[in-house]
Design a protein around this ligand. Structure first.
Ligand SMILES: Cc1cc2nc3c(=O)[nH]c(=O)nc-3n(C[C@H](O)[C@H](O)[C@H](O)COP(=O)(O)O)c2cc1C
Length: 370
């Protein structure tokens, strides 16, 4: 196993050399995307990731259908009266200001699931207008990442934004549809990932190279990535970078409750499973409620939907109230079993890229002359 002890100045010099098509497309230092993680807004996390030189993402559904006041509107007593469009405009303005000093690059994630109805259009329009009306936002809000739905009907609207368009897929067939719709990059999301997953289980080790082979677009791997060796593995399978969700939750800068971060730190590699969630199956970290969601899912998604979404909703509400991990629900990936520390976002990103480079430099030594 490759260790993470390469933190001297020489390593920092080396980090700068890990450049890929993703870093070139976005003009970012590190080929890492922080995945959208609604229903949390991920505002603080987005800013921390952007300012550390990777791509931070605002979870627009978490902003537009909020659990709590967005950080940007914490002092506004009328925030609850605002539309999803207005909420996202305020958050994008705030993110632009917070990333100004370091010129951090960021993006917006918009899940396209039909359950979100007209909210989706308001969120995309807010992104378009934010870029049109503010030069700084246009310069640094570089990408819209769509997921969880058919991208084709949204192509014209997204193109109007002038931003790059990345789309998240769970299969080769979905990747081909996104390419035909005009996406600029594909994010191949394996079944080990946290949050919503496809009904058909295909994990990153199979999905990522299959999508790379099938499409002419650049591909980013998501699901199961957390460190230098997994970044190096993604690059060796033809990816141009990685998207991480679970790993970013357990950082000092994340917006997520402490109880959730501790749950990740104490999970092992068998500590997650797939259960019912609001718009499809989702991967949860195991506890009492997730066990029920898992059992309901295995009996039949439609059959268990009503009871499952009731349990999920109650568990989510408990996140801000309860200190008992069995009363909450925690979306999270298999990779939680590989996460043992809670670094800052900057430490994490620098360590991952430094270690990936060390791994890549060691690999040629395995090829010997016969
Ligand atoms: C709590 C949580 C919420 C998520 N919500 C979203 C979302 O709103 N939109 C989306 O595209 N992906 C969502 N995801 C998936 C992540 O963006 C990312 O692709 C995934 O976590 C990668 O797998 P990993 O957890 O193994 O890193 C979510 C993941 C988690 C853990």
């Amino acid at each position: 196993m490759y260790t993470m002890d390469n933190k001297d100045n020489q390593a920092k010099e080396e980090v700068k050399m890990l450049k890929t098509t993703l870093s070139d497309m976005l003009e970012i230092e590190y080929p890492i995307i922080q995945g959208g993680m609604a229903p949390w807004a991920t505002e603080r996390l987005c800013v921390a990731v952007s300012n550390a030189g990777a791509l931070g993402i605002i979870s627009s559904i978490g902003v537009g259908m909020p659990q709590a006041a967005p950080v940007a509107l914490a002092d506004d007593p009328d925030w609850k009266d605002k539309s999803p469009y207005e909420l996202l405009r305020a958050v994008l303005q705030w993110a632009t200001e917070q990333t100004a000093e370091k010129q951090g690059i960021f993006g917006v994630n918009v899940p396209l699931a039909e359950e979100f109805g007209e909210v989706v259009e308001g969120l995309i329009r807010a992104t378009i207008d934010a870029r049109k009306e503010d030069e700084d936002t246009a310069n640094r809000l570089r990408v819209i990442i769509t997921s969880a739905g058919n991208p084709a009907p949204w192509a014209n609207l997204i193109k109007e934004s002038g931003a790059l368009w990345f789309h998240v897929v769970p299969s080769v067939a979905h990747a081909m549809k996104a390419e035909q719709a005009g996406a600029d990059l594909i994010i191949a999301s394996g079944r080990e990932g946290g949050g919503h997953v496809a009904f058909e289980p295909v994990h990153s080790m199979v999905l990522l190279p299959a999508v790379v082979n099938a499409t002419s677009l650049p591909v980013v791997g998501a699901g199961g990535f957390c460190d230098g060796s997994t970044l190096a593995a993604a690059l060796s399978m033809g990816a141009v970078g990685i998207q991480m969700g679970t790993r970013f939750i357990a950082t000092e800068d994340s917006d997520f409750p402490e109880i959730w971060r501790q749950k990740i730190l104490t999970s092992n590699e068998r500590g997650s499973h797939v259960g019912i969630s609001v718009f499809g199956p989702a991967r949860y970290l195991k506890n009492k409620i997730s066990q029920q969601l898992y059992e309901l899912y295995n009996r039949g998604f439609l059959e268990g939907y009503k009871e499952g979404t009731r349990l999920e909703g109650r568990g989510m509400q408990q996140l801000s109230k309860s200190s008992d991990p069995d009363e909450c629900v925690f979306l999270g990936g298999e990779v939680a079993g590989r996460i043992e520390q809670m670094p800052t976002v900057r430490e994490l990103i620098e360590e991952i890229c430094g270690d990936a480079e060390t791994v890549i430099r060691k690999l040629p030594k395995l090829v010997t002359e016969s």
